[in-house]
Design a binder for this molecule. Structure first.
Ligand code: NAP
Ligand code: MG
Length: 487
């Protein structure tokens, strides 16, 4: 199932995990080719090996998918929540059962270390489906519309309709889960467009939904490039747009749907400060800084990409940090000892290079540990910039790579001022042994998530989302339901 095309000779990755040479679009419960036969190739960024060809959905295909979702909406939304929950629980369990395979597939298509896909991404994907399965029959008790009307009466809030969802490549299956699980739990139907460079786990997920017996048309996956996403968002019969990606595209989407009845949530970029006070436990702070910026090679919207360290401990911290970075293993994503994998695409690698060169040109000091990078594939070494000022591009623009900028501060007020001096507002970190100082700082940081003495910790029960140019709307937890209900 899943492959309407003939087989080609199997390349290397197909010996490790089941990958069809070509995939169709998943519409109305079946895989079909794109109307105009368009295809794109997805590659393994660690080797540049072509993994598979994937159909490119055009306007006609998006239209077919939206029609299928519309048709399915009637019966799906009429199902009692407890019945919808059964499907979601089944999907969650199947994700666990296929966990190893999904982790390998994700690492091969994305370039992330297997330790991350196996121990973080895929378990979180299952956890999201379990979490929202649990909500499906309790929507009336989510406290969403009571708080608006000040009364607890009337029927449960209604689903919005057909959700058009567009996701990025950095956490392909997890971003799908963040969007699909709450949408379906609330009774919506979905057309989802994965990122061009990482379509494979979404297509495998479609097969899992078939295995779970999910009714045809409830979930549709239309692969393709930016144009496919644009067509989905522009489709007049989409009721709700959910987008995760860059701020530039987010702005374009906000413009495109302005004045329409469509509801929208945007999860965009970030430039998180990671603040280390002089009373912090230096060893744990170093671990948290490394986790903050080198997890998924820094290709993380909430990455702790700006280290702000109190001047009195800056030298000690930096010495310890560089020692630690020298021990990081960069290389084969499928090796379980790898700490930093490949950069997802040639395009992303050139963006990282451009910003790093700008950093040097503007006078910041660049450091990376000595060591060879693999000859093939897309790689960038862990990198630290010192001598950074607020005016530097590397301190302002999202790099989305394994690149840390370091600035110092003297007082807590200065730390907060520097941390908030950004167009973004997605996340931040605070390292201190004093609870009062952590709270004082967190209350003043304009960021959707503030981690204290930890970083990049996720939980499906906890809402996630940004302020300012990091977008609006929340995903996760009870708050994440609001995006998919007519409250
Ligand atoms: P992107 O270029 O904005 O792409 C995101 C998705 O939108 C992809 O599926 C892309 O398709 C599609 N797309 C591109 N142009 C479009 C258009 N005009 N209309 C509709 N869809 C369009 O972002 P990216 O480079 O893939 O991802 C990195 C960005 O995502 C970073 O800025 C990061 O901070 C942000 N991000 C945010 C969160 C969050 O929760 N806040 C989470 C993860 C990532 P193609 O793949 O074919 O280009
Ligand atoms: Mg790929």
């Amino acid at each position: 199932m899943g492959n309407p095309f003939e087989y080609a000779p199997a390349p290397e990755s197909r010996a490790i995990v089941d990958i069809a040479p070509a995939y169709g679009l998943f519409i109305d419960g079946k895989f079909t080719d794109a109307a105009d036969g368009g295809r794109l190739k997805t590659v393994n960024p660690a080797t540049e090996e072509v993994l598979a060809e994937v159909a490119v959905g055009g306007e006609a295909d998006v239209d077919r998918a939206v029609k299928a979702a519309r048709k399915a909406f009637k019966s799906w939304s009429a199902l009692p929540g407890a019945e919808r929950a059964k499907y979601l629980f089944r999907i969650a369990r199947l994700i666990q059962e296929h966990g190893r395979e999904l982790a390998v597939l994700e690492s091969i298509d994305n370039g992330k270390p297997i330790r991350e896909s196996r121990d973080v991404d895929i378990p979180l994907v299952a956890a999201h489906f379990f979490h929202y399965a649990g909500w499906a029959d309790k929507l009336a008790y989510a406290g969403l519309w009571q708080s608006r009307t000040k009364e607890h009466s009337g029927p449960a809030p209604k689903p919005i309709g057909v959700a058009g969802q567009v996701i990025p490549w950095n956490f392909p299956l997890l971003m799908l889960a963040w969007k699909v699980a709450p949408a379906l739990a609330c009774g919506n139907t979905v057309v989802l467009k994965p990122a061009e460079t990482t379509p494979l786990t979404a297509l495998r997920f479609a097969e899992i939904c078939v295995e779970a017996g999910l009714p045809d048309g409830v979930l549709n996956i239309v692969t393709g490039a930016g144009e496919t996403g644009r067509a989905l968002i522009a489709h007049p019969d989409v009721d709700k747009v959910a987008f995760t990606g860059s701020t530039a595209v987010g702005k374009e989407i906000a413009r495109a749907i302005a004045g329409t009845r469509k509801r929208v949530t945007l999860e965009l970029g970030g430039k998180a400060a990671n603040i280390v006070y002089d009373d912090a436990a230096i060893d744990s702070a170093v671990d948290g800084i490394v986790e903050g910026i080198f997890f998924n090679g820094g290709q993380v919207c909430c990455a702790g990409s700006r280290l702000l360290v109190q001047e009195s401990v800056a030298d000690e911290l930096l010495a310890s940090l560089t020692r630690r970075i020298k021990t990081l293993r960069v290389g084969d994503p499928l090796d379980k000892n790898t700490d930093v994998g490949a950069i997802n695409s040639a395009a992303q690698l050139s963006r990282i290079r451009e910003l790093v060169e700008a950093g040097e040109a503007e006078g910041a000091e660049r450091w990376s540990p000595a060591g060879e990078l693999p000859g093939k594939g897309f790689w960038f070494p862990p990198t630290v910039f010192t001598g950074v000022t607020q005016a530097h591009r590397i301190a302002r623009d999202e790099i989305f790579g394994p690149v840390l900028t370091v600035q110092t501060f003297r007082t807590p007020a200065e730390a907060v001022e520097k941390a908030n001096n950004t167009a973004y507002g997605l996340s931040a970190g605070v390292w201190t042994e004093k609870g009062a100082k952590a709270l004082w700082t967190a209350q003043r940081l304009r960021a959707g998530v503030v981690w204290t003495n930890t970083f990049n910790k996720f939980d499906p029960a906890s809402p996630f989302g940004g302020f300012k140019e990091s977008g609006f709307g929340r995903e996760g937890g009870r708050h994440g339901l609001e995006a998919y209900l007519d409250v």
